[in-house]
Design a protein around this ligand. Structure first.
Ligand SMILES: Cc1ncc(COP(=O)(O)O)c(C=O)c1O
Length: 357
């Protein structure tokens, strides 16, 4: 008898998450995971490591990281009881959905969007309700509300600004969705630091049905150390803490995140650089024949090509330029995604693209 007999059918149907893995090489221009192109300065890394050496490694960290939460509270101006930190925001997506979704629970997700939401809904055997974007890829707010009124989902997940489309909802739109429906509304703000529009944080005081998700993996250059956090009213946090895996924030990552929050100028300087580079990429792509580029409130852009995007993707890779083929997402046929890198990286990407278009 095969072990598969005991594996949940909902899991057997899934595929494991993979990112095209390319052997690390100093020549590789890596623009495929919306990462920050800048590592932390060497001096700052050393400072963090030296402080960490003084800490006991044989002891557990706090169940929930007190120093990090304190620093996040100062940084966000949100009370500590309204913050939960974790090993990346991906972990918190699982925590939030585990708290809300069981078999048949309806979850409304505008598409195309970040793949993980759908995957967790499927793991938990919830019922996915997809609402397609408008033709220009902007959120179809009226359709989201109308569908939510009809289907009565328990949860609506809004990735704003959205990956992979780069589109963003205004505060007024999120408020409309929240006030005109009865669902818990999760707003994933992974890319908020790059946006020209404001966070929905001011709505949190008014709605206990609103949860905001953030990450240190993008603007804060800390993807490798895995820190994410959520903001919600204390009574909501109290429920979310119940299924949460304890001890997932290790002392090292926590110390690094706390240090980074004290380096606001450095972070801001990098955000401005990345935004300027994204603008540069947008203008260049916009001027190329055969390319349709979409505006974006994030650190990345998507662009549609006339011919087979897969072939173009492979050609760029042969030039050591790694971007993302997002052609399998709904509405994104022959579409590629590129994140803003350093000026040198962006120029190399554009040169390779011009050569192979
Ligand atoms: C929409 C979205 N949310 C969250 C994340 C970040 O997750 P984490 O904080 O686990 O690195 C990403 C990264 O790709 C993302 O695109």
């Amino acid at each position: 008898m095969s072990f598969l007999k005991h594996i949940k059918p909902s899991i057997q149907k899934l595929e494991a998450y993979t990112v095209k893995s390319i052997p690390p090489s100093p020549d590789l221009i890596k623009l495929n995971q919306n990462e920050n192109p800048f590592d932390l300065p060497d001096s700052l890394k050393r400072e963090i490591v030296e402080e960490f050496i003084l800490q006991p490694w044989n002891r557990y960290p706090d169940v929930f990281p007190a120093k990090l939460i304190e620093a996040l509270s100062l940084y966000t101006n949100v009370p500590e009881e309204s913050i939960i930190a974790a090993n990346g925001s991906n972990e918190l997506m699982y925590t939030i959905l585990m708290t809300i979704v069981s078999k048949g629970t309806k979850v409304l997700i505008p598409t195309p969007t970040f793949f993980l939401y759908e995957k967790i809904v499927n793991v938990l055997e919830g019922t996915l309700i997809s609402v397609p974007a408008s033709n220009d890829l902007s959120f179809d707010v009226e359709s989201i509300i109308a569908t939510a009124k009809k289907e009565q989902p328990s949860l609506i997940i809004l990735n704003s600004p959205n990956s992979p489309t780069g589109q963003m909802l205004s505060i007024a739109e999120v408020e409309k969705i929240t006030s005109e429906t009865e669902a818990i509304v999760l707003v994933d703000e992974a890319y908020i630091e790059f946006a020209d529009m404001p966070t929905v944080l001011p709505l949190m005081q008014r709605y206990d049905r609103l949860i905001i998700l953030r990450t240190f993996s993008k603007a804060f250059s800390l993807a490798g150390l895995r820190i994410g956090y959520l903001l919600a009213q204390p009574s909501v946090c109290a429920e979310l803490l119940k299924p949460k895996i304890p001890f997932t924030v290790n002392n090292f990552s926590s110390a690094a995140a706390v240090k980074l929050m004290q380096k606001k100028e450095l972070i801001l300087e990098r955000i401005l650089y990345i935004k300027a580079q994204k603008e540069y990429l947008f203008n260049e792509l916009n001027g190329m024949k055969g390319i349709k580029v979409f505006s974006s409130q994030t650190n990345f852009l998507i662009f549609q090509v006339k011919n087979d995007a897969k072939i173009l993707f492979e050609k760029l890779l042969s030039e050591n330029v790694l971007i993302r083929d997002v052609g399998s997402y709904p509405m994104l046929k022959n579409t590629l995604r590129v994140n803003a890198g350093t000026e040198i990286e962006n120029r190399a990407f554009l040169a390779a693209l011009k050569k192979h278009l």
